[in-house]
Write a protein that binds this ligand. Structure first.
Ligand code: C5P
Length: 223
């Protein structure tokens, strides 16, 4: 199709989520948080007491899980509703992230989510945030970005976020989790985290959100 897509891929903590949402708002385009789909399936699996080591049960769970994104009209915050329940806060936990990462390694789960992700491509355009947006889901995207930041900086950002929310965590524990998740995402057989050949790399280490948003917007021609 000729509906423009801007893909923003990268590891957790690279600033992808915040940057993608702001860029989508600036462009007036739709926004896909693909990680939230994997997290939603992870959370639904937890609710259903499904074993994370049982791929066929997880594939069934993927097909059975209803996932809706609803924008709060006042705060513009995106709420994620899983099987009719607002699961936004639960989705953000490390437990949900770890479950998502385990589930995301199952090829049939990824295949089951492909069409759901592509359905977000609607006029006037889409900003798609994830790990394989530019490589697998939207290989024909007009604009591709790969965001990175040092592991230390990513752990530091997570640490601040969680501390602000009153969650007690240690920096070292977070750094270890981030490195473990990176390794799992980069080394899995299907859709490993890697930049598309035609992606523009942006290292966000030491950069503020606004600066990164401007750099991303600079690759989309003025419209
Ligand atoms: O981006 P986020 O941290 O929400 O993603 C959670 C997990 O879902 C990632 O660690 C990754 O394993 C998986 N994921 C994926 N492909 C995507 C988005 C997320 O495999 N496009």
């Amino acid at each position: 199709t000729n509906i423009p897509v801007l893909t923003i891929d990268g590891p957790s903590g690279s600033g992808k989520g915040t940057v993608s949402r702001l860029v989508a708002q600036k462009l007036g385009w739709h926004y896909l948080d693909s990680g939230a789909l994997y997290r939603a399936v992870g959370v639904a699996a937890g609710w259903g007491d499904i074993d994370l080591a049982d791929p066929s049960a997880l594939v069934r769970c993927t097909f059975d899980t209803a996932i809706e994104f609803i924008e709060d009209p006042e705060t513009r915050e995106l709420r994620v509703v899983v099987n009719g329940v607002d699961a936004t806060d639960e989705l953000r936990t490390e437990t949900a992230g770890a479950a998502a990462s385990a589930i995301a390694a199952i090829p049939e789960v990824r295949a089951a989510l492909k069409d759901r992700q592509r359905a977000f491509r609607r006029p006037p355009g889409l900003v798609a945030d994830g790990r394989d947006m530019g490589t697998v889901i939207f290989p024909d995207a007009s604009f591709k970005v790969f965001l990175t930041a040092s592991a230390d900086e990513r752990a530091e950002r997570r640490y601040k976020q969680l501390k602000d929310k009153g969650v007690s965590v240690t920096f070292d524990g977070l750094l270890r989790e981030i490195l473990a998740r990176d390794a799992r995402d980069a080394n899995r057989a299907v859709a490993p985290l890697r930049p598309a050949d035609d992606a523009v790399h942006i290292d966000t280490t030491g950069q503020g959100i606004d600066e990164v948003v401007q750099r991303v917007l600079a690759i989309v021609p003025a419209r």
